[in-house]
Design a protein around this ligand. Structure first.
Ligand SMILES: [Zn+2]
Ligand SMILES: [Zn+2]
Ligand SMILES: [Zn+2]
Length: 343
């Protein structure tokens, strides 16, 4: 049976990275496409005197930002994790289990410009952001107690971003977080069984089928994964097998900046809004051992479904049983490839 036949009726698809299923109910969107374009949002100013991330402004913690000209990195004033947490462990009958967690939380302002998201930044400035990601991955990953460096961006108020100034966060943890721990297990298991990399094999399959590919360049592939949960969820994978962002060549750094700009532009064009999302990179644990099973990638998890105001909620059956989606990943990829002809 081909996936196209599968798409004629409700079915479920397997996510080999997280080892869980997603329910796909294509019949629920047999109705015509109802995408609609909202009135354009007012464009923010290049500088906002009230913004605590803009250059020269006072932050809530009382520190004044320097008059920075490119990317700007600082320790979060209200961090969720701190480095000097004393080690402690608690266990009772294997049911009440807890342990202390050390970590560091940083903020990276993409540029001094309050108004330029990744889709709007000049490529050379975006390349500076890639350099900042690599630098943070390297410096935090070299701390002996750190086993995860998670770079992530919450874009837009729908995703709870507290400040519109384009920025991302970096959290470094002592423990491996839930999602990457599950990916560690899956990638390792695939490597053990096939002596090949799961994401190299998956990327090759997707290039062959093409129907879920959104865009690509020499170094990267952006696609709606076969097992996507969010309507317009995408996965960005490097074409070359590499374990972390630190291994990118000069050309690949430029390629990463380029593919992220292209992908976020397609997102913005879809409903003619600055598209909200959570995104982040996944990479091998920085434990100084080889991780041939690991393949560097990024996930984009956007909440919008049919318009700038209709969002998908994970509720009810999805919270209590299995995530479910209506439009198929193939249809989502097609809309992202040619957003201007839709809606
Ligand atoms: Zn700002
Ligand atoms: Zn690989
Ligand atoms: Zn991942």
């Amino acid at each position: 049976m081909k996936p196209a036949e599968l798409n004629q009726s409700p079915h479920r698809r397997f996510n080999p990275l997280l080892r869980e299923w997603v329910l796909v109910s294509p019949l629920r969107t047999a109705r015509p496409w109802q995408g609609k374009v909202e009135n354009p949002e007012p464009r923010p100013a290049a500088y906002d005197p009230q913004c605590y991330l803009c250059p020269g402004n006072l932050r809530a913690g009382g520190v004044r930002n320097p008059d920075y000209k490119a990317t700007f990195v600082f320790d979060n004033d209200y961090p969720a994790l701190v480095a000097d947490t004393a080690e402690a462990r608690f266990q009772e009958e294997g049911l009440l289990v807890g342990e202390s967690e050390r970590g560091l939380c940083r903020v990276i302002c993409f540029s001094p410009r309050h108004d330029l998201t990744i889709s709007q930044m000049p490529p050379q400035d975006l390349r500076q952001v890639v350099e900042a990601w690599i630098e943070q991955s390297r410096s935090l990953g070299s701390l002996p107690w750190v086993s995860s460096v998670q770079i992530f961006e919450n874009r837009g108020p729908l995703m709870g971003a507290s400040n519109p100034h384009p920025h991302c966060q970096v959290w470094a943890n002592a423990a491996r977080p839930n999602v990457t721990a599950r990916e560690d297990f899956s990638l390792n298991d695939y490597w053990e069984n096939h002596k090949r990399c799961l994401l190299c094999d998956y990327g090759e399959l997707e290039i062959r089928h093409a129907e879920r590919v959104v865009c690509e360049n020499e170094g990267f592939l952006a696609l709606v994964p076969f097992w996507a949960v969010w309507p317009f969820e995408t996965l960005v994978v490097s074409k070359r097998h590499l374990a972390s962002i630190e291994e990118l060549t000069e050309a690949e750094r430029t390629g990463l900046a380029e593919i992220l700009k292209r992908l976020t532009t397609r997102y913005d064009d879809l409903f003619a809004v600055s598209f909200p999302y959570s995104m982040g990179f996944h990479q091998a644990p920085p434990d100084r051992s080889a991780h041939p099973e690991w393949h560097f990638h990024a996930h984009y998890l956007p909440p919008l479904l049919r318009s700038a105001t209709v969002q998908k909620f994970l509720v009810g059956y999805e919270l209590l049983a299995t995530p479910q989606r209506d439009i198929t990943p193939e249809e989502a990829a097609e809309r992202l490839r040619s957003p201007s002809q839709k809606g």
